[in-house]
Each structure stands twice: as C-alpha cells, then as structure tokens.
Ligand binder design. Structure first.
Ligand SMILES: [Zn+2]
Length: 314
C-alpha cells in the first residue's frame, strides 16, 4: 500500500516549509509530491523540484472541487508510473479536507492507498483572523486532522498559544498537537507523528464545510515582470499591500529580480519576509485574496507592460 500524507493548513501558514522538512526526512523512500496551488506560476512546486523530488502540480483550480477529476487522474498516473512508497499531498489553503479524504477513499483506490496522516498547520499569528474569514473551511481542516502543528508559535506570547490550543480542542479533542517552535523540532518527532499511528480511523471524518470551496470568492492574481527591485523598494511595496485600495490581499509569494540577483518574498496578512534568493530564476509573483484590484496592484509593483500571467477566480 502506498502511504498518503495530506498536509493542510491555511494560506501562508507554512505548509510548504513543513512539506520540505518531511521530504528531507523521507528522502530515502520513493516519494511523490502532489502540489495544488492557487495561481499558475508554480512557485511552491518549483521550490521543491529544485531539491530533486518528483512534484506534480495541479494549479488551475482546487483538487477538492473543480479539479477533482484531474486529481484522481494524477493519482492513478503516479500509482502506475512511479510505484511510490509514499505520496505527500499539499492542497491549497482553502481546500476542504473531508472532500479530499473522500476522494482518496474511492473504491478505485481500495487496496492501493492508505491514508497515513492528515496534518494541518495552524498559523498562530493569524489564527483568529483566519477563523473569522474562512470559518468552515478552517473548521474542516482542524476537525479532521490526525495531528495539528502550530506554526509561528515563537512569535506569539504563551497566553495567545493557550487561547489557540483551547479553541483547537473544541474542534478536535483527541489529536496530537505540536506547539513548539519548528526549529527545535527533531526529525524523529515528525516521523513519529506520521508513522506511529498505523492505519487512521477514518470513520469519524466530519463534513463541516457545507458549500464547495469553489464557491468562495477567493481570487489569485499572477504577474510576470522582468523589473529589478531594491530591498527598500520591495519593503515599501509590501508594506502598502494591506491597504484597501488593492483589495483584500491575504497572501502573496514571489521571486523578483534584484540588482544583484533575485529576491524571494512571502506575504501573509500584512506581515512579510524578503530574502536573497540563491536561485537564479524569478520575475514573477502571485497574490491571493478577495476583490483584488489588478490595475492598482500592477501600478504598486510598477509592472508596466502586460505582465498578467493568470487571473483566477477559485
Ligand atoms: Zn476545493
């Protein structure tokens, strides 16, 4: 049986970082990653491919609803061509976990796939806001998780962690919760999270989200640009991105040219991170949010000609 690990978690929670940690731990296994991304620029997928893992990207919609058929086909192809020992699935931040579990449990996969773990990454910095904005998707991901992993816990005070833990326990009474900083997380701890549990009891999967995630009003905007940015300039741009004139930007990610090389940036609800990229490709970014204002955003990033790669309502 092929082991399946599903890594859920909200936009910007740190799912991709966790996936990278897991892939490193399991690098001796034949392992395939299915990456479901908002937008169409393959940023997450590219990061992982570069480390030499097999990555399948499904980027033109969500695997729990619109792209369900493609998801099934990709799974069938992987099983047939790759004969992996393990498949790691990273859905988009607003996927409905119970729907994904249903798909994996279909009769055509009986005897082939075994759900090994359902991990959900919970962003401590943005917990309350995400509960408010995406309540039912969030609830589904938390309720049905076999383990919850708190991210950014080192950035909030112990009282806030206690409030988050109490809230998580209301949805999921018995799963394991990892609340310590990821830097101090030992590979063995992650391994035991994934593999100690044997076969998961899937009889208690709850469908808590009542409308398909494709009916929410999330958009993804992907832009390509060859323009170079200084760090100061990029900082200024990202610190303005939360203003209402750009729509409600929830998440952003990109590789942009600098004067010496490239920047990696990541943006979540007004917080951002800019780092020098040691990779030599770039010139694109993707924003996710509601009511995104294409023209204003392109003006902010000073993208002049064309540049729009993708404009998706998901
Ligand atoms: Zn969906």
């Amino acid at each position: 049986m092929i082991k399946i690990d599903v890594i859920s978690g909200f936009l910007g929670s740190g799912k991709t970082t966790l996936v990278q940690k897991l892939l490193r731990i399991y690098q001796k296994e034949r392992i395939v990653l299915i990456e479901n991304e908002f937008g169409d620029i393959g940023i997450d997928g590219e990061l992982v491919e570069r480390e030499g893992f097999d990555v399948f990207e499904i980027s033109s919609g969500c695997i729990c609803c619109i792209m369900k058929k493609d998801f099934v086909q990709v799974l069938e192809r992987i099983i047939e061509e790759f004969h992996p020992q393990r498949i790691v699935i990273e859905p988009t931040g607003v996927s409905i976990l119970s729907e994904i579990i249903d798909i994996l449990g279909r009769s055509e996969f009986a005897g082939l796939l075994q759900i090994n773990s359902l991990l959900t990454v919970v962003d401590c910095l943005n917990y309350q806001q995400q509960c408010d904005v995406f309540g039912e998707f969030f609830e589904d991901q938390i309720t049905n998780a076999s383990a919850l992993i708190l991210s950014k816990s080192q950035l909030v005070d112990p009282e806030t962690i206690a409030v988050i833990l109490a809230s998580l326990r209301e949805y999921n009474q018995d799963c394991e919760i990892i609340s310590k900083s990821w830097d101090s997380l030992q590979p063995g701890e992650l391994e035991s999270l994934l593999d100690s549990q044997g076969e998961l009891d899937l009889s208690e999967i709850l469908h808590t989200a009542y409308k398909p995630c494709s009916e929410n009003d999330i958009q993804a905007l992907a832009v390509k640009t060859s323009r170079a940015y200084s760090r100061e300039e990029l900082e200024q741009i990202l610190s303005r991105l939360g203003q209402p004139c750009y729509g409600q930007v929830l998440r952003g990610k990109g590789f942009l040219k600098s004067y010496q090389g490239y920047w990696d940036f990541s943006y979540t609800n007004g917080q951002f991170m800019i780092a020098e990229s040691h990779f030599k490709t770039g010139g694109r970014f993707c924003l996710i949010g509601r009511n995104l204002r294409e023209k204003e955003i392109k003006d902010l990033f000073k993208v002049k000609s064309g540049g729009l790669l993708h404009w998706l309502k998901l």
